[in-house]
Design a protein around this ligand. Sequence first.
Ligand code: GA4
Length: 329
Amino acid sequence: MVLASPNPFKIEKIRDDIELPIIDLSCDRSKSSKLILKACEEFGFFKVINHGVPQQIISLMEEETHEFFSKPGSEKQRAGPANPFGYGCKNIGLKGDMGEVEYLLLHSNPLFISQNLEFNSTHPNKFRVAVSGYVEAVKKLACEILDLITEGLQIQIQIQSSSGAGAAGGILSGLIRDVESDSLLRLNHYPPSDAPKIGFGEHTDPQILTLLRSNGVGGLQISLEDGVWVPVSPYPESAFCVNVGDVLQVMTNGRFLSVRHRAMVNSYKSRTSMAYFAAPPLEETITCLPGLATLDNPPLYRSFTWAEYKKATYMKRLGYSRLNLFKLQ
Ligand code: GA4
């Protein structure tokens, strides 16, 4: 299928829907681990089912998200402007990117949640309770997936976080469990539109791993080959869609792919999505995991702190290939 691009000078190719690998986390651990590794290498994306996040927690967060976006614009604006946290409408980031989307960007830190979220006027506590329950559950799932990844990569070393804040667990999940973890939650609402429009433009996620849920309405597209966009089916609705972020590409020395993706607006139905971005503490040094760089396969990227990478992210436009700034040679 060929679609007129929102940029009139560029014709875009769209392939048929892709079915990403669906990994059942209730299966045998070593089998799940192998399948996750394969998906991270081939697509940078996969779906997980039987993930252990209680439906009640998901439904509560979905209801509160819906309620928030149903409010009049003036009320939502009170939670903005997003700089970068808070309510944003059409403006994305700090460098002039725009999209057909409104969103709430929240830090996952319990202190941020307890101090900043009083959006539900009838039940002031409800939104906050929904966010903290959801964040806790998806964080647990992110850690589980990262532990399966380290088991698959056969990396057993425990991490001592450079923030010294007391990371526990595997070398990757410890970064997310760390009290100083810089993980975020993003709630998006894409109102429907007859014309094909870009809701959130093409980009890679800067963090370690992203866990995404949508309300069963399609819109996510990934770029697997240059210039060809592949829509991701929104099914099964119970699944989380997981993708590798830039930091995990660096830590695996390019073995895992942080793949460009975007969100298109649906022509008939409003789409909401909830993305959890699992990130290390700001002071954490990001470098290749032990054993993944060898004499034959030298490190592809120089080491940097997450704070340094985040700064580079906000200095550039959404679609900029910021990993290139850290490439060696
Ligand atoms: C993309 C992934 C996450 O949504 C996000 C985004 C962030 C923002 O919306 O504030 C950025 C974008 C994202 C990458 C480039 C910069 C920063 C908007 C933008 C133009 C929260 C993130 O961490 O990076």
